[in-house]
Write a new protein. Structure first.
Length: 506
């Protein structure tokens, strides 16, 4: 009797090929699970609600961590004080108080914040970019206490050359931002060194113009976003990406590389992973570093495995729900949320792991912001009952929703059709053994022409090799496993072994 064991799933979710010809290490479905550095597939951590039934004030927008404090923003004093936080990651190391900064529109104090485009630390203070419902954008800078003050309320940066655009990046002790293109040309503006409130100082700040990124574009391109790569500046144009070597001295800032036919669509989809920076456009996920410094253009298409999965989600939800991304150090993952789904890239240089998976959140969830600190990942999520702060808890195997209710995490792991080492030959499959940590239901598909047909589900637990062989009883040329789990318990797929008898050609 022959046998084949599947125990290496390092490719993760991969739809580049048809399920009839996909390789042994890829999966057709990897929902609510991720690939570990040991190439197993583990159920994702559960979402823990950090303040139960008490929703946040509806004017609070955005989420960021500074000095082990969670921070959100509102447009005016008079908001409802947020409830104290409690749960995984809170006290210690993150403070139990959700701090609120007040970033009001100086032209209309009643204009609510629509979105916080940027919130980061610069020289131990906060640099904040907010857009109001009126579509006005303003930049703020100050300490947490300064931005929390109610009398007087903090005012935006007053320098007339501050561009007040939505995308900014910090490099070489300067803040860089999209220029306004008021002269019909594309520029990236930058602040004075170590002073992000000064955008006008001669020989230090950009003044009225800035870096002439438009001169380096063959087309009539606009500057869409800025970011960083290994400490230098990325300028995302309409049809190219430029890398500028930055320096505190503006005369030393020079263009390094231009990659044509590369672009970003969603500003907040940028996040680092390892030494690279991943971002999202209408065509899927790409890696800036691989585009800039490899000889093969296809290496930059880091999200090609899931283009057919993320594409429909972009079309359905990305315009109304701006994608947001972050790097989570605990599992070395790039997380990008589009409304109620998170696309996850798990990576490890030492094990050559680069695997995508897909987290599907409870019905009605909309992810507004993601922020991380070491092994902790916090999300600001809105549902039908309001907005709440959640954290991914590795010890939790079910999702909190609100008011003490929970939602099961639906795990779905499905392989492509595999010929068990003998293409086009009949096999009589007698049985299988499962190498599980935990319990899950297993079904099998046997004909790629009718992929919806499956065997009856059986529940398997732990390592079944110590007991009788699990019967499968299929006569087929190919087989696909389909594993599902929907309960409050942990689970890891470590491997599957099939026992069969080769029978010959048709």
């Amino acid at each position: 009797m022959a046998s084949v064991t599947f125990e290496d799933f390092r490719t993760g979710l991969d739809r580049r090929k048809s399920q009839e010809v996909s390789d042994l290490r890829s999966l057709q479905e990897c929902k609510n699970a991720y690939v570990t550095t040991g190439y197993a597939v583990a159920k994702r951590p559960g979402l823990a609600n950090l303040h139960n039934a008490t929703a946040l004030d509806t004017t609070l927008k955005g989420l960021y961590i500074q000095d082990r404090k969670l921070i959100t923003a509102t447009h005016a004093a008079g908001y409802t004080i947020p409830p104290a936080l409690a749960g995984y990651g809170i006290n210690p190391p993150i403070n139990a108080t959700l701090n609120v900064i007040i970033c009001g529109n100086p032209d209309d104090a009643a204009d609510p914040i629509l979105r916080v485009w940027h919130l980061s630390s610069f020289n131990r203070k906060l640099y904040v970019v907010v857009e109001y419902v009126s579509n006005t954008i303003r930049h703020f800078y100050g300490s947490l206490l300064e931005l929390q003050a109610t009398s007087p309320i903090a005012t935006p940066i007053s320098d007339t050359n501050c561009p007040n655009t939505k995308s900014v990046a910090v490099s070489s002790s300067k803040v860089f931002a999209i220029g306004t293109n008021a002269t019909g040309q594309a520029y990236v503006k930058y602040s004075a060194t170590e002073d992000p409130t000064d955008w006008s100082s001669p020989d230090d700040a950009s003044g009225a113009l800035g870096l002439p990124v438009g001169l380096e574009s063959g087309d009539d391109d606009d500057i869409v976003a800025v970011g960083t790569y290994r400490g230098d500046l990325l300028a995302f144009m309409t049809n190219n990406i430029q890398l500028w070597k930055t320096d505190p001295d503006p005369t030393q800032i020079v263009l390094d590389t231009v990659i044509d036919n590369a672009y970003i669509t969603f500003t907040d989809s940028q996040a680092p992973i390892g030494q690279d920076s991943v971002f999202l456009n209408d065509g899927g996920f790409f890696a800036a570093g691989q585009l800039l410094f490899t000889d093969r253009m296809d290496t930059g298409d880091i999200g090609s495995q899931i283009t057919s999965v993320v594409g429909p989600k972009i079309k359905a939800d990305a315009i109304a729900n701006e994608p947001v991304a972050a790097h989570w150090a605990a599992l070395n993952q790039y997380l990008c949320a589009i409304k109620d789904e998170i696309f996850v890239l798990s990576a490890s240089t030492s094990t050559q792991l680069q695997a995508w998976s897909q987290y599907v959140l409870p019905t009605g969830f909309v992810v507004e912001s993601i922020t991380t600190f070491r092994e902790f990942c916090f999300l600001k999520i809105t549902n039908t009952s309001g907005s709440y702060i959640y954290s991914f808890n590795p010890e939790k195997t079910i999702d909190d929703t609100f008011a003490g209710s929970t939602s099961a995490i639906d795990v779905h792991i499905q392989s492509a059709y595999q010929s068990l080492g003998a293409e086009g030959r009949w096999k009589k499959i007698y049985g299988m053994d499962a190498l599980f940590t935990g319990t899950a239901n297993v079904q099998h598909r046997w004909d790629a022409r009718t992929p919806s047909e499956k065997t009856t589900a059986i529940s398997l637990s732990s390592d079944t090799r110590a007991g009788p062989m699990i019967p499968v009883e299929l006569m087929t040329t190919e087989v696909s496993f389909d594993i599902t789990k929907n309960d409050d318990a942990a689970f890891t797929l470590n491997g599957l072994t099939y026992y069969f008898q080769p029978l010959g050609e048709f």
